[in-house]
Design a protein around this ligand. Structure first.
Ligand code: ADP
Ligand code: MG
Length: 692
């Protein structure tokens, strides 16, 4: 609580009723919100171009005075022409829309900055430039002039950077010389960070380039520090809790399981199972993420852990994101545990009522030690006798944090989350920074790499010939279409059209089938059975079946509109083939056929290392792709960037974890400001952790 920072923005001079409403609509309610509304960029007087020196085709910023504006009819459309003047000449700014309000705000005599690409038509022009209002006197004194992020809507309502600069001017005049700094003193000194108030001032009125950098550094650091603090607190909360499910021994069952296998574990599997066992016997609760490429053998790791739990008298639940996957797991687990006389139950929505009741009873009385299902397992409150271990397979597809859900249901078992999405280390420290991470970085022997080729539209005929030849050899084919939720309807149509073309025109002599998210489950099941049984040559599907289907005889995967997928996603998809003894292939059809797209896709021709591919994807497409993989991990960063600010994140993480080690509840008096700040901004993200 701070009398200055917590004031309502309506109390700030220069902000009347109308502006208060606009600011509130922007989510700015208090002085603190206002002060942390940072500029989008800064006009640097030294890089502003004069009109006389403009070069056609260049992106640049010009500062000048509005001379006049005229609306002219050009054939069918009206164009607004605004004439701008500086000491060296005149130029014309053109707008095809928004005439009224632009004409209203760009009054003759106003000094504005405009940024955009320079064109030439009877003199220099810019079309739809980004513009902002500038104070002439400020421009003459200050070197760096802040430009605030404003939407057209806000500009229409009369808000512009000049207004903001005036508001901030008054605000800092009233601002006390000291503001409580959320970052503790020792961190400030350790990292050499500008104190809170100074940093705020530099963000809005930078002395020079260097001070501005320090200002941004401080707020990026602060944001990442808070994120890491949240993760550190969560991690510690789980770590500190005593688990009621302690494994005193690894037991016989796991050895029996090993002996029943027709192969040896990979070294990576052995290492990860050991890591898990260490957690299970530690007396604390496990919260571990297992990362491993498709086919690296995660299921067996989960089964081994379940075997240890069973030997110690506890139940295990395996949760899959879809019913198909749950079925697949059920088959796999049965194969592993049936010979050992360990019953495995399947609980999905499609069980008959009687069968379901029986399964539920056996789970409740503890007769069944392993239960497989979808996330309905915990959502529908199935009662367990002694649920000690939960495996969340393909955890990124669940969306919400399963650990949090479990705790809300009053359960606190060990949790092993598994994912085939290789998350670059740089990201995983932020997205999964509250978990321990194990990595299966070794494939079982004998797996051939999937030969991958980018196919451009001109190469399609050849690709179809190749497919036909492989079918003659007895192979089966997946054809995958993208299904992106925003355009689901159109995507479905495209998949259906593609299916019809394949069935009727390209392969009329072959058996082609279609499978997608809307296919009724019974039909889905039947199609899958037919495909497994070899009755279908070509299975066309949307990405709904992207994981978990295991048909060793399917040796080609053709991915349509591959340019629309992330590399990581494509890599995972192609992991579906190459499970049998035959050489397998992945054909990436790039319908758009852009050079850039082809170059990106060709990374997959060269590499089969999931982490390497993920890293390349991250560099090329940014972290957005990975964010959607864990909703609650969507870090909500506004200032820092998870990729480019990685070095700052590592520093922030170190300091945050050090702090939580010393002061897990943030109770020390010297952390008072931090506690206040944290509770104010992050309370709802604490989830199951508590502080203060
Ligand atoms: P994923 O990590 O994609 O879940 P799976 O657990 O489904 O991979 O394993 C893929 C295949 O590899 C399965 O058929 C499994 O039986 C087999 N497998 C697992 N571990 C080994 C191993 N150590 N040696 C040989 N094959 C293995
Ligand atoms: Mg799997």
């Amino acid at each position: 609580m701070h009398p200055f920072l917590d004031q309502n923005v309506g109390k700030v001079p220069y902000i009347g009723r109308a502006r208060e409403t606009i600011l509130n609509d922007m989510g700015i309610a208090t002085v603190e919100d206002l002060l942390t509304y940072f500029p989008r960029r800064y006009l640097d007087r030294t890089t502003i171009k004069s009109i006389g020196n403009l070069v056609t085709g260049e992106e640049c910023t010009v500062v000048g005075e509005v001379v006049n504006s005229v609306l002219q009819q050009h054939r069918r459309r009206k164009i607004l022409h605004v004439t701008l003047r500086d000491a060296t000449g005149y130029m014309t700014l053109n707008w095809f829309q928004g005439h009224q309000w632009i004409q209203k705000v760009l009054k003759p005599g106003e000094t504005i900055s405009v940024s955009g690409k320079v064109d030439f038509f009877r003199g220099h022009t810019m079309t739809h430039p980004d513009f902002d209002f500038v104070d002439r006197d400020q421009l003459n004194t200050g070197m760096l002039v802040p430009v605030y992020p404003l939407t057209q809507e806000l500009r229409k309502r009369g808000l512009n950077s000049r207004v903001f600069r005036r508001i901030f001017n008054r605000l800092f005049n009233q601002c006390p010389p000291q503001l409580p700094d959320p970052l503790p003193d020792d961190v400030l000194h350790q990292i050499r960070i500008l104190p809170y108030r100074d940093a705020l001032y530099q963000m809005h009125f930078p002395d020079d380039e260097a001070s501005l950098k320090k200002g941004w550094f401080r707020f990026k650091f602060q944001e990442l520090f808070m994120l890491q603090l949240l993760l550190a607190i969560k991690k510690k909360t789980i770590r500190e809790q005593k688990s009621p499910y302690v494994c005193s021994h690894a037991g016989d069952l796991i050895h029996k399981l090993y002996h029943s296998l027709p192969f040896d574990l990979t070294n990576a599997q052995k290492r990860v199972i050991r890591e898990i066992y260490e957690d299970l016997r530690s007396g604390h609760i496990m919260n571990r993420l297992l990362q491993g490429d498709v086919g690296s053998g995660k299921t067996l790791v989960a089964a081994a852990a379940a075997a240890i739990m069973i030997d110690n008298g506890y139940q295990s639940a395996i949760m899959a994101p879809t019913e198909i996957l749950a079925n697949q797991h059920y088959i796999n687990f049965n194969q592993l545990f049936m010979p050992l006389n360990i019953p495995v139950a399947l609980l999905t929505g499609r069980l008959g009522a009687a069968q379901k009741r029986e399964s539920l009873t056996h789970v409740a009385n503890g007769q069944t030690p392993i239960v497989i299902g979808t996330h309905a397992l915990i959502q529908e409150g199935v009662t367990f006798s002694k649920l000690g271990f939960v495996v969340v397979d393909e955890q990124h597809r669940f969306g919400v944090d399963q650990r949090g859900l479990l705790i809300k249901k009053g359960m606190n078992p060990h949790v092993l989350s598994m994912t085939a999405t290789p998350i670059p280390r740089t990201l995983s420290l932020s997205l999964y920074g509250d978990m321990d991470v194990s990595i299966l970085d070794e494939m079982p022997p004998g797996r051939k790499t999937v030969r991958t080729r980018v196919v451009t539209p001109g190469g399609l005929a050849l690709a179809y010939d190749f497919i036909r030849k492989e079918v003659r050899k007895g192979r089966q084919i997946y054809v995958v279409y993208p299904l992106i939720s925003e355009s689901e309807k159109m995507d479905l149509k495209a998949a259906e059209a593609g299916y019809e073309e394949l069935r009727d025109e390209i392969f009329p002599d072959l058996k082609v089938a279609l499978l997608h998210g809307r296919t009724p489950s019974r039909e889905k099941e039947a199609v899958m059975q037919d495909f497994k049984g070899g009755k279908i040559h070509i299975l066309v599907s949307t990405t709904v079946i992207e994981v978990g289907v295991d048909v060793p005889n399917a040796s080609i995967m053709m991915i349509e509109n591959a340019e629309r997928f992330g590399l990581t996603q494509l890599h995972q998809l192609r992991g579906r083939v190459g499970r049998g003894a035959e050489q397998s292939y992945c054909l990436l059809v790039n319908r758009k056929n852009t050079e850039q797209g082809n170059t990106r896709l060709r990374i997959l021709e060269k590499s089969s290392d999931g982490f390497e591919i993920a890293e390349a994807d991250l560099q090329l497409r940014g972290p957005g792709e990975f964010f959607s993989t864990r909703q609650h991990g969507d870090s909500g960063l506004k200032i820092a960037d998870l990729v480019s600010d990685m070095p700052i994140m590592i520093k922030a993480r170190k300091e945050a974890f050090k702090l939580v080690e010393k002061d897990p509840q943030i109770l020390l008096p010297r952390h008072r400001n931090l506690l206040d700040f944290f509770l104010k901004h992050y309370r709802d993200k604490l989830d199951y952790a508590t502080i203060g």
